[in-house]
Design a protein around this ligand. Structure first.
Ligand SMILES: Cc1cc2nc3c(=O)[nH]c(=O)nc-3n(C[C@H](O)[C@H](O)[C@H](O)COP(=O)(O)O)c2cc1C
Length: 303
């Protein structure tokens, strides 16, 4: 997209993120190449792909029973499923598909309701829980209200309390600074999602641009997930090369979900996983834990 285009919106974090993905170029390495493995091991379980569903919600607007259809698609592709805001019955319906699901709970102002939702998710058999801490404020500087529910920023000690209230791994979603990465570690989180929540704030730094710095802070202690604008296996490869352990894909599965339900979701994950395997093969990357960051070249200087 050029600056002269009518659609050019330099403040739009989704657009900036896309530009960053597209500015990353790749070396090829063929000698001593081998068929790569795209398997992901996460919290003691094995999956066929590091491409996971994003923590979406309210997909009935896209397709009837959309969240459950997405979960079925993830299960069929042996991928990790995520679920965002939704009532207890919906979480129960999602987990009853057998999809291994991570439930991201909103930063509700009601502290006890959060504890109740963590317990409910645990009873439903989710593999992990977490919180999208980036949804506590609205863009007017006041506490956010999501579908009539009041939100509130969470302190380090509140996060510690949520984390200690459950035996499940707890993931902090919406980390886009080294500071929050340090705090997530201090709180005892078992994973973070580097994300700007599909452009919740203008001029947000692209997740992949800040990822290497955050990965240095985390230093392999807990898994790092990335979302925002992942559209292809090439995007996934770049995220893994720069320090992610796995990625989430949200909007790219919307169309397939709308047209073909769970089958569409499954096929989209498989297609992107094959693209990922294709570039892993051409870069001598034997598995997802062996993708060398020096494969990445920068088309332009961003900093
Ligand atoms: C329809 C929709 C609903 C979403 N609901 C939630 C939610 O309830 N909780 C959450 O943490 N993120 C939610 N997200 C954000 C996604 O988890 C993800 O961060 C974002 O969509 C970026 O990924 P993408 O560019 O691949 O879509 C939602 C996104 C969309 C598009």
């Amino acid at each position: 997209m050029k600056n002269s285009d009518m659609n050019y919106r330099p403040w739009d974090s989704n657009q900036i993120t896309r530009e960053y993905f597209d500015s990353l170029l790749l070396e090829m390495r063929h000698i001593d190449g081998l068929i790569p493995s795209t398997k992901l091991e996460l919290y003691g379980e094995e999956f066929d792909t590091p491409i996971m569903m994003a923590a979406l919600s309210h997909l009935d607007n896209v397709r009837e029973n959309g969240m459950v259809e997405m979960a079925r698609g993830a299960k069929a592709a042996n991928a990790v499923n995520w679920a965002g805001m939704g009532d207890e019955d919906e979480i129960a319906a999602i987990t009853s598909t057998g999809a291994r699901t991570i439930n991201i709970i909103k930063p509700y102002a009601d502290h006890n309701y959060i504890l109740k939702r963590i317990e409910h998710a645990e009873n439903c058999g989710v593999m992990a829980v977490g919180m999208d801490v980036d949804h506590s404020f609205g863009s007017n500087g006041k506490y956010d209200i999501v579908l009539g529910e009041e939100m509130e920023p969470k302190s380090l000690s509140q996060l510690k309390e949520y984390i200690q209230s459950t035996k499940l791994p707890f993931i902090i979603k919406g980390v886009l600074s080294e500071q929050d990465a340090y705090k997530a570690l201090e709180a005892g989180a078992k994973g973070i999602v580097v994300s700007h929540h599909h452009g919740i704030m203008d001029y947000a730094v692209p997740p992949l641009l800040i990822l290497p710095k955050i990965a240095k802070v985390i230093d392999g202690q807990i898994p790092i997930f990335v979302d925002c604008g992942v559209m292809s296996g090439m995007d996934v490869f770049k995220a893994l090369a720069l320090g992610a352990d796995a990625v989430s894909a949200g909007r790219v599965i919307m169309d397939p979900l709308k047209k073909n339900g769970s089958e569409g979701v499954k096929n989209q994950i498989i297609k992107m996983t094959e693209e990922l395997a294709g570039v892993m093969a051409r870069t001598c990357s034997k598995d997802i834990n062996h993708i060398d960051s020096s494969l990445i070249w920068h088309k332009k200087k961003w900093f």
